[in-house]
Design a protein around this ligand. Structure first.
Ligand code: ZN
Length: 226
């Protein structure tokens, strides 16, 4: 009696197994639609994401174009401002002579310099100042020189310079004088090179022509920037 039962059990187990088997064989059959759905979803997502990325890229691109435009505008304004600032110093943005450590200044047959403000960057190892006499009068009557000195000492040294005489280029022996050129007359040019190390940090410097009587008018500020 037990054997048929067990065989019945076996049969039912076999049926169950076959049922499971048939289900399991259907599963792969259902897989292709799942794959195609996945493909469809993937395609859709890819398309959507690609579009979105393209949109974002376009927006970022437009944003960057605007930002670039804004930066160019600012740079342009800065350059314009620098042009204006540099004009009195003469020469910086002009083609060719772009050395900010080399300054030029002029004086003619009148008691006047071409500028009353000179400036150099602190990064200059050496500074060269060139003075050109654009007039025609001889140095005995309308000589000019360029002297770098503390601004507060211009009057005192200017007065002392009158006694120094033309043979000394109208430069008195004074340790406060940082640099000085010789006296030049009409059509002549001269220059002097000095190190910024010679300038004290806490002192305000200026320049002057120490030809007798000129210092009161022919003077200006000399600043080291940066
Ligand atoms: Zn002078």
């Amino acid at each position: 009696m037990q054997t048929p039962i067990s065989s019945h059990n076996n049969e039912s187990t076999g049926l169950v197994l076959s049922a499971c088997g048939s289900e399991s064989t259907e599963a792969p059959a259902a897989a292709p639609p799942a794959d195609s759905m996945t493909d469809t979803v993937t395609d859709a997502m890819t398309d959507t994401m690609t579009d979105a990325v393209e949109d974002v890229t376009e927006q970022v691109g437009a944003g960057m174009a605007e930002a670039t435009g804004a930066v160019e505008g600012i740079v342009g304004e800065a350059n314009d401002a620098m042009d204006v600032v540099s004009e009195p110093a003469e020469g910086q943005p002009a083609a060719g002579e772009g050395d900010p450590c080399s300054l030029s200044i002029e004086a003619g047959d009148t008691i006047a310099f071409s500028t009353d403000a000179m400036s150099v960057p602190s990064s200059c190892a050496d500074v060269t100042v060139t003075l050109t006499h654009t007039g025609t009068m001889p140095k005995q009557s309308m000589g000019h020189n360029w002297v770098l000195l503390p601004e507060t000492a211009i009057q005192e040294i200017g007065i002392a310079a009158a006694r120094a005489g033309l043979n000394n280029n109208c430069v008195p022996d004074d340790p406060r004088i940082v640099a000085s050129t010789e006296v030049v007359g009409g059509g002549e040019s001269t220059s002097v090179t000095f190190s910024l190390d010679a300038l004290d940090d806490g002192t305000t410097y200026g320049f002057a022509c120490t030809f007798p009587g000129h210092w009161a008018v022919m003077k200006g500020t000399f600043t080291v920037s940066g």
